[in-house]
Design a protein around this ligand. Structure first.
Ligand code: GRF
Length: 207
């Protein structure tokens, strides 16, 4: 591949299986992006082990645990880490903090998130359980741009998952995860190829 690759920072707080899927895709010669760093707010995140295994630079940003918001100094720190790594795109992958400050303004239109439901249904935490409790027959995952709302930014891609009668939260989440990996990798690829066109709430795929 001759064109410049899109530099991606992944922000994750936990297991990091989406982070791993993105890193694995980025190892392909024909994939137009590469992961330049992992940032986490959780020193015990399993994602850190994945970063070590795949030799991705990793940074822990210190912030009070179990709080939804990220203090402004922590967001400022992430912006400066992203500058150090010449980051083009920030991909949130199970990052359990709501952004509201410098990172959002510094990377407007350049932050993506993955959510385990078909938005706008089942925003917030425990989306698979919410879908089960509601009795939904279909749920899925959504990759969207991040704005100042929670799980409310313009939708890039979605994928469906059927809810089977025998599903519990764990089995449903497993099916959603499989779709998440594929969908997130594709959304980042489309961004890196400059094929996403935002028109109001709609994101069109060019070409
Ligand atoms: C995913 O289900 C994602 O949709 C949600 O958090 C979960 C992260 O899982 N935002 P993992 O850490 O990537 O395994």
């Amino acid at each position: 591949m001759t064109q410049k690759r899109c530099n991606v920072a992944v922000l994750a707080s936990g297991t990091g299986s989406n982070f791993q899927a993105i890193v694995e895709a980025c190892r392909r010669d024909d994939y137009p992006a590469r992961v330049v760093c992992l940032v986490t707010d959780n020193p015990d995140a399993e994602a850190l082990d994945i970063a070590r295994r795949f030799e991705v630079a990793a940074h822990v940003v210190h912030a009070a645990p179990k709080k939804a918001g990220l203090p402004e100094p922590a967001e400022t720190k992430i912006v400066s880490l992203c500058a150090d790594h010449s980051v083009d795109l920030v991909a949130l992958a199970g990052f359990m903090r709501i952004l509201s400050g410098p990172l959002l303004s510094g990377f407007e239109g350049r932050i993506m998130n993955i959510h385990p439901s078909l938005l706008p249904s089942f925003k917030g935490l425990h989306a698979a359980k919410q879908a089960l409790d509601y009795g939904a027959k279909v749920t899925g995952c959504t990759v969207h741009f991040v704005d100042r709302t929670v799980d409310g930014g313009a939708i890039i891609l979605q994928a469906c998952v059927e809810v089977a009668d025998g599903d519990d939260e764990e089995s449903l989440l497993q099916k959603i995860h499989e779709q998440e990996y594929r969908t997130y990798v594709r959304a980042i690829e489309l961004y890196a190829l400059d094929r996403l066109r935002i028109q109001g709430r709609r994101v069109m795929i060019a070409g």
